[in-house]
Design a binder for this molecule. Structure first.
Ligand code: ADP
Length: 514
């Protein structure tokens, strides 16, 4: 069957009845709502609607017929689409608008309306055909996208605000710290500097930013050892730690500066930037120097009269019993013991000051570490009244070229600490061993241990673990002297292990193959 119908002929009765009903069936089968309004009747009423329109609006056929299609907008008249529609109707043009319409039960739906005029002869517009689609889903999706976008924008602006706040916060910290800070790029060009830098070196931003570190001032940072370290910071992420520079700086004179440099890390990511912190330590250094001088003078000045006192005490003690007898001899012995203790303390301070001034001289001679260890063990056992059993395990059979007295001092210090810091415990174990080119001595006690946080500081001059200060006498110089003596013998000393059940100190000394 062929149909050849012109739409404008539909209501003129030209197509056959069968054709007409086929057309109506086709319109009813459409999923778009379709209406026809009669422009010649007052208020342009609906004179046809298909099934999809009824379904879309929820109104029955008889509720729709004869009404202007604005009834679908209810009281929601203030819609820009309506003005567009009106203008097109007036001009007799086709138009597509999206309107907020309401179903019979009051539910909102978005109606995408395609309105097209039908002209008839010279009578102008006779009908309007409206094809409508419920685009609520699409609108909702659009709305969701818009909401998400708005939310995203809100989050971005919130994040931007936070970042700029963070940046301001960081900047304020950088500006307030007393250290001078420089930010360098991978070629060591200065990207930025803080206020303290300009103040400390009395330079301006123009003289600093954008220039190479080595060209600043009169080349004060152009130090080969420093360059070698700085150039490794980015490739290896190895920081430069406590690099001291003493220089006659332009404008501020001779100063000592302490440099530390790190790769800049932000939110767990390493950046292509170096943060160089420069601290003026001139005042601190000179205070330290004065302290060292005082220490040196005080220990020297104390040592001389002490030696005289000790001498006279020994002399008196060597007198026959009838001359120095009974109570007098006991008192004298007590005084001699205290004087001897004082003598040891002053010797330790003198050692520190000698080391500080680079005046520790070594009298090297070939000795067996084993004999030094036995002598120290005997001395300490005697001095501590045999409170702890000192056991020696293993042996070495290599002669080492060392200062016997100094090494005896090291082993004695370690042993007396092992005993001092293990009150009530009975054993101290010394282990001797040797490898290809080292002799090793380890001393293990059953004492109170050293807190993890203190272990890296234990060899520092005058450092004492805070947990021990109240309970045990001491000056915190013993381990410092041990470390310096071992270093002077090209050896190494370290805490091999420490916990609440005891501590092991070990040292090694290299020997030459004969
Ligand atoms: P001193 O014993 O005079 O304080 P040292 O330099 O010999 O000084 O030791 C430094 C610090 O190390 C001590 O104050 C103590 O806190 C800790 N220490 C040293 N040896 C031991 C040890 N065997 N067990 C526990 N702590 C120790």
């Amino acid at each position: 069957m062929t149909t050849n119908i012109q739409p404008h002929e539909l209501f003129k009765g030209k197509p056959s009845a069968a054709d007409q009903s086929l057309l109506l069936l086709a319109l009813d089968a459409s999923i778009s709502g379709i209406i026809i309004t009669d422009n010649h009747l007052p208020d342009n009423p609906i004179i046809y609607c298909n099934k999809a329109f009824e379904k879309m609006t929820g109104y029955a056929h008889e509720d729709i017929m004869g009404r202007n299609c604005r009834f679908l907008q209810g009281n929601d008249r203030d819609q820009s689409g309506r003005a567009v529609l009106r203008a097109a109707v007036e001009k007799g043009e086709s138009v597509i608008v999206v309107l907020r319409n309401y179903k019979k039960d009051g539910t909102l739906f978005w109606n995408e309306l395609y309105m097209s005029p039908v002209y008839e002869g010279g009578d102008g517009i006779r009908y309007f055909i409206g094809v409508q689609n419920d685009v609520t889903r699409r609108k909702q999706a659009e709305q969701e996208v818009m909401d998400q976008q708005a939310h995203l924008e809100e989050r971005i602006s919130e994040r931007t605000r936070q970042l700029s706040e963070n940046e301001e916060y960081l900047n304020s910290i950088i500006e307030t710290v007393r250290e001078s800070l420089l930010v360098l790029d991978h070629s060591l060009n200065v990207l930025g500097a803080n206020r303290s830098f300009f103040r400390t070196f009395q330079v301006s931003a123009a003289e600093t930013v954008g220039r190479k570190l080595y060209d600043l001032g009169d080349g004060q940072w152009d130090i080969p050892a420093l360059s070698a370290l700085l150039e490794q910071v980015l490739p290896t992420n190895n920081p430069v730690l406590d690099f001291e520079v003493e220089y006659n700086f332009p404008r501020i004179g001779r100063k000592q500066m302490l440099l530390n440099a790190y790769q800049v890390e932000h939110q767990g990511q390493y950046k292509d930037r170096i943060l160089l912190a420069i601290e003026d330590i001139t005042a601190r250094k000179s205070a330290e120097q004065r302290k060292d001088e005082f220490l040196s003078i005080a220990s020297h000045e104390l040592k001389t009269p002490l030696t005289v006192i000790r001498g006279y005490q020994d002399l008196l003690l060597s007198f026959p019993e009838e001359e120095v007898s009974g109570r007098a001899r006991t008192i004298l012995e007590k005084a001699a013991r205290s004087a001897e203790r004082l003598n040891k303390l002053t010797s330790a301070l003198l050692d520190v000051s000698r080391i500080q001034n680079g005046r520790m001289e070594l009298q090297r001679e070939p000795v067996l570490l084993d004999s030094i260890v036995s002598e120290a063990a005997e001395l300490i056992a005697h001095a501590t009244g045999g409170s702890h059993k000192i056991t020696v395990e293993g042996r070495t059979d290599r002669l080492i070229e060392v200062d016997r007295e100094r090494l005896l001092q090291v082993v004695s210090n370690l042993l007396s600490n092992a005993i001092k810091y293990s009150p009530g415990k009975t054993g101290v174990l010394i282990k001797l061993s040797q490898s290809e080119n080292l002799v090793k001595c380890s001393i293990t006690d059953q004492g109170i241990g050293i807190a993890a946080a203190d272990q890296s500081l234990i060899f520092d001059r005058f450092f004492r673990a805070s947990a021990h200060k109240q309970m045990f006498p001491g000056m915190g110089v013993g381990l410092y002297v041990c470390q310096q003596v071992i270093k002077a013998h090209q050896g190494t000393i370290w805490i091999e292990g420490s916990n609440a059940h005891g501590t092991t100190f070990s040292f090694t000394i290299p020997f030459k193959h004969s």
